[in-house]
Design a protein around this ligand. Sequence first.
Ligand SMILES: [Zn+2]
Length: 645
Amino acid sequence: MTSRNERREVLRDIREAILSMIPLEAKVTRIEFEGPEIAIYTENPGAVLEDEELVRRLAKTIKKRIVIRADPKVRMDKQSAEEIIKEVVPKDAEITNITFDDVTGEVIIEAKKPGFVIGRGGATLRKILLKTLWRPQVMRTPPLRSKTAEWMLGLLYYESEKRQRFLHETGKRIHRSVISKENYVRIIALGGFKEVGRSAILLQTRESNILLDCGIKPSGTMRDEMPYFDVPEFNIDDLDAVIITHAHLDHCGSLPYLFKFGYEGPVYTTMPTRDLMALLLKDYIDVALKEGKRVPYTMREVKEALLHTITLDYGEVTDIAPDVRLTFHYAGHILGSAIAHLHIGNGLCNVTYTGDFKFGRTKLLESASCVFPRLEVLIMESTYGGRGDIMPRREETERRFLGIVKETLERGGKVLIPVLSVGRGQEIMLVLEEGIRQGVIPPVPIYIDGMVSEATALHTAYPEHLAKSIKEMMFRDQNPFLQEYFKQVTDPNMRKGIIEGGPCIIMATSGMLTGGPSVEYLEMLAEDSKSTLIFVSYQIEGTLGRRLLDMSRSNNREITIPLLKRGGKADYLTVNMHIESVEGFSGHSDRRQLFSFIKSVRPRPEKIILCHGERSKVEDLAISISRLFRIPTISPENLEVIRAR
Ligand SMILES: [Zn+2]
């Protein structure tokens, strides 16, 4: 434990170093920790900012990230500041909103084209800061309105004071002095080992405790839905940081639970993951309550988790504990997903945790990165690491999918595609858009129903995170998600009209027909022999989707399904519509891609630890990797401890 005095000493040293470098006319009034950054408040920020060399030298000397802020008493009044912003920023930026935050001294500028607010090399931003002495933050106004993004901005704004306090406390904790020179690194499997779900890894050094992911097992029972938080090594008060690799519930679903039990520390993730977490955690609670299921936390804890989230960009090296530096790398799995690289104890050990990743391009995202500054221990997911897990090639998958759509539309039928809201939904939209653009399928209306619309809106808020080709289309004002044939279903009453109308494509959640609008459409379309139901994702055992798929494969039986909302009386519906399943759209690496990742990863790891896969698959994959690449590879059980250094 570090005493208060020791902490103060660290800050005193940093303060002295900074003051000795900054010219007096800058008039520094305060130097404070703000999460992983050091905030320097000055009455004359220009004196520091105009000397770019000085800022670089400062960062290099104290080896911390620095942010220069104007002292509150010199900030310009808001009305004049707003006028100056509108004068300095070109009209093409299309500013939609300007909000001043008195607590942080930031002005949040929302614009449709943030590039114009930033200016070449950040020139316009600097101009705004120097003229108004408010620190500008730019947010993209998504072309599709996102309720989640708006809610998130509101939450951060109204809780600004609380968040500032949290950032100060976090900063003190990160920059506390290191007690011992001798260090060790232990990796403790808390969940998601030899299983899929409840991913959680505790990384423990002599100085600090870092939790990598904090998931739930959505299909789990009360006994096994959460990670093993009750091991003696896990103590919530000693936890320095939680890192969330992406927003799927099996990686972040237990996060609010930590806050319920008193965690007050930071959560590191990317900005899109923060927003998607807000969407998915809220939905998880809503759906569970509707179905009368027990939820281990409420929206209160979800809000707490989001208020304690510190977002990082890919490639941004950040101190998260006195002896741990975190850098996110691109993972290619879903929007915002990241591979976490941890640099521990000044080079003692480098651990890379892939989270879920796709080593191969999709329409929506680029391929995962495989080059790290240093690497000794690789913790890798193995969802599709089994011998049989070789997916068809992407081109083949798309051709087959579009072929089925075309055939259905030509015979006058409708296509129903149950989709997962985040990731697969948008991927399928892009495949359909290209199919229409290239004339493979006709431009029929494509109805988007359920949470997939909101998730799509969030995708349009972060074009920088998407595949290069999609990003370029968006910047050329040819946003594929904004094609007029994509029609959002905003009112459930629209559904009947859609079914009574002509040939069309319907994309609706949930992806496995476990509830939501996709089931409602299925009931209305089931008897129509001209229409087709296409599955584009894996159907877990026990879901209606899986039952239908299994029945359609054993074709000597008549397919019937129970109707849902029919006043208590059991009633069955005969399914005459075609049922197809198209494999190959997965956001995970298949066995071939996992091998190819290990072949390409630089530098070559000394040891590989496998997680996130069914028992037989991880065990087989570990043997295969050890043999093929001659890298010691293990597949631990939950609760096992592996010493990394
Ligand atoms: Zn995932």
